[in-house]
Design a protein around this ligand. Sequence first.
Ligand SMILES: NC(=O)c1ccc[n+]([C@@H]2O[C@H](COP(=O)([O-])OP(=O)(O)OC[C@H]3O[C@@H](n4cnc5c(N)ncnc54)[C@H](OP(=O)(O)O)[C@@H]3O)[C@@H](O)[C@H]2O)c1
Length: 335
Amino acid sequence: MDKGEGKRETVCVTGAAGFIGSRLVKNLLQKGYGVHATLRDPENPAKNSHLLSLPGAKERLHLFKADLLQHGSFDSAVEGCDFVINMATSTDFQGDIVQPTVDGTMNILRSCKKAKTVKRVIHTSSIAAACPLNEDGQLKEILDESCWTPVDYIKGRDVVYGMYSVSKTLAEQAALRFGAEEEIEVVTVLVGMVGGPWLTPTVPGSVSSILASLTENRLLYEVTCSSKDLFGSVPLVHVEDVCSAHIYLMEHPSAAGRYVCCSDPVTVADMLNFFRKRYPEIPLAFGNKEEEDEWKKVLVPISSKKLSDVGYSYKYHLEEILSDSIECAKQMKIL
Ligand SMILES: NC(=O)c1ccc[n+]([C@@H]2O[C@H](COP(=O)([O-])OP(=O)(O)OC[C@H]3O[C@@H](n4cnc5c(N)ncnc54)[C@H](OP(=O)(O)O)[C@@H]3O)[C@@H](O)[C@H]2O)c1
């Protein structure tokens, strides 16, 4: 942002073409920041056109090619930046998702250290790195920043998105350790399941899970239901709140350490009831009274106290998270 002192601040966003990354780039440009966006394939119109068409992109957006798997790959994107927001994460669910995410995070942090201009790194982690489980798999009483996913428990079991949880946990721990050892400010954001409108040409994975009962996707519906066992709720948050919380934590010097970012822990029954009431014309493919009766209330509350203590307040809740997802799906003719 141009603070009126002649110098415009520049933010590097890794994984910038993705669901959250692209909305974050939009909001940073809107606020007047210069943006260095990293993509694996910056020449590909399917990956870059939703970024290049953003207001302010022509003047202040630069695309860089970078891959988590390549050492030194982020050096030129990070060079000269004031802040780095690390959204990139391995999405190779068929292969090894853990090592690329952990090594890639370290690659990015080493580029930050080398650049010497980076004031703070905001690392996008996940609620999946803070599963409120004891070592024996029992749910704790609250999900907050003190929770760390018990990696050994998860590794030994067939848990939905288990290795994703492991990857986010180990990458966040490595990022915080690197920050402490190398004296780089690293703030981590533990994001819930993200809904809301998207700029990407394809439907984001988390929105597909949120809308699965309407789109007849049994597998993803079961993924959403299974979040009860890992989190004690479906931990919803709106993409706009995720982006503005990232920017808020970047801009506020007092921010430090981990921050949970999840406005609405709900049950699947809460979601289905909302769909029934607000969109009676869209038939629900799944959900029955028996299932809904079994899980009537949130088992583990999620605390955003640390985020609100630093001054941030959520602007969106269940209704907007679901209806904005549906309206965008309607525009794309998916519903
Ligand atoms: N959506 C959610 O519900 C949710 C919840 C919690 C946390 N998060 C976190 O939020 C961040 C963004 O997620 P998202 O939902 O926006 O996912 P997304 O749309 O899949 O974006 C992920 C990004 O990571 C990049 N990426 C994947 N493999 C890479 C590699 N080897 N090298 C460099 N970049 C690579 C992709 O870049 P390309 O464009 O080059 O393919 C993509 O832009 C991730 O860190 C995710 O863990 C998301």
